[in-house]
Write a protein that binds this ligand. Structure first.
Ligand code: ZN
Length: 133
């Protein structure tokens, strides 16, 4: 089995609802997506996938959907306020924890046809979450 891994960096804001602590307030992270693909064989170029293709395909979605956006749960009262101010908001149906964001990225990579086996979402240098089916 072959695996390749690529990091994609992005900045985002969020806050957690139904939570007591600092992360219940609006704040931001310099996040890193660590995307791992897996294949039992290699393509004609001797690759699992082209690292550049990962950048263009998943990276473009990451830039458009999450980078420099406030990621908030749909029922967060900050959503209409920030939208009225013209701030970039990404509304999601779950609490925007590192775990849920890792699964969101995994699902998108899978939908793009990438043979993804694991996504790690690094929220801070000492905290990350990993999703694999
Ligand atoms: Zn946070």
């Amino acid at each position: 089995m072959y695996q390749i891994t690529r990091e994609l960096h992005f900045c985002y804001g969020h806050r957690l609802l139904d939570y007591q602590g600092k992360c219940s307030h609006l704040h931001g992270h310099n996040g890193v997506v660590v995307l791992t693909l897996e294949a039992s064989g290699l393509d004609a170029q001797g690759m699992v996938a082209d690292f550049q293709v990962l950048r263009t395909r998943l990276g473009q979605w990451l830039d458009a959907a999450l980078d420099h956006r406030m990621i908030l749960r749909r029922d967060d009262p900050a959503v209409p306020v920030l939208q009225a101010l013209g701030e970039p908001v990404q509304v999601v149906d779950f609490n925007p924890t590192a775990e849920n964001l890792a699964k969101l990225v995994f699902d998108k990579a899978h939908a793009l046809g990438l043979p993804v086996c694991e996504v790690r979402l690094i929220e801070t240098p000492s905290c990350w979450a990993t999703y694999r089916p």
